[in-house]
Design a protein around this ligand. Structure first.
Ligand code: PXP
Length: 242
């Protein structure tokens, strides 16, 4: 039995559906309220440069609607830094962002982009925002996060989620090793991307992980069973292996 694993629910795709018609429904704020009421530990939202889902105006409304910590996913740009400093979310997770991608496809190259990331990490940290770097589960990225002074890394679970059989076992071992390496260096380890009811438990069982951030699958399931039921089920699956 290890400590409780937090569940951050990414509500971006509630906004994706809303924006498909340009109106107000479905409102991601209502999703945040439901997550708060049914055992989610945090709200995650990615304000993209192209504003394809979450909008600037959503951030303050989400913060006002629930007392759950807001984890703002953001690209390492001056525009996003200014927005983060204005809204003061609990946490900011720096992600790589490509305009043409469908989702955040890979991890941040924290090792290759030290000089670009360093001032952004320090400005966020100095403001009291908990900084996380979304990285591939690789030793050089953990080392880079350490050198940047990031208190948190989020390990990209996309490779694990897409792999099958033996390849998935290898990806899981990489995640476990990197969570342990992060913890050894005093960095809190989170994980996320592509997690579902079927693949979450081996990841949730990694003892050094403190938080999972899950979005697309939970919102997709919510179409069939409702958001409360999808979050509750995910919570149960995670708790069963801790
Ligand atoms: N964590 C981060 C940093 C992400 O960028 C995303 C996707 O926006 C997620 C977690 C959630 O991934 P998914 O939507 O596949 O569950």
């Amino acid at each position: 039995m290890t400590s409780k694993l937090r569940l951050g629910v990414n509500i971006d795709h509630v906004a994706t559906i809303r924006n498909a018609r340009g109106g107000l429904h479905p409102d991601p704020v209502r999703a945040a309220e439901i997550v708060a009421a049914c055992g989610g530990d945090g709200i995650t939202a990615h304000l993209r440069e192209d504003r394809r889902h979450i909008l600037d105006s959503d951030l303050a409304r989400i913060q006002a609607a629930t007392s759950l910590p807001l984890n703002l996913e953001m690209a390492a740009t001056d525009e996003m830094l200014e927005i983060a400093l204005r809204h003061m979310p609990h946490a900011a997770c720096i992600v790589p962002e490509k305009r043409e991608e469908r989702t955040t496809e890979g991890g941040l190259d924290a090792a290759g982009q030290h000089n670009r990331l360093a001032p952004i990490v320090s400005r966020l940290r100095d403001a009291g925002i908990r900084v996380s770097l979304f990285i591939a589960p690789e030793p050089r990225q953990i080392e880079a996060a350490f050198l940047l002074g990031a208190p948190v890394v989020e390990l990209h679970t996309g490779e694990y989620a897409h792999a099958e059989g033996e390849a998935q076992v290898i990806e899981l071992a990489r995640l476990a090793d990197m969570a342990a390496l992060a913890a050894k260096n005093g960095i809190e380890a989170h994980a996320g991307h592509g997690l579902t009811y079927d693949n979450v438990q081996p990841v949730a069982a990694i003892p050094q992980l403190a938080e999972l951030n899950i979005g697309h699958y939970l919102i997709g399931e919510a179409i069939f069973v409702g958001l409360e039921a999808s979050v509750t089920r995910m919570r149960e699956l995670m708790d069963a292996v801790r």
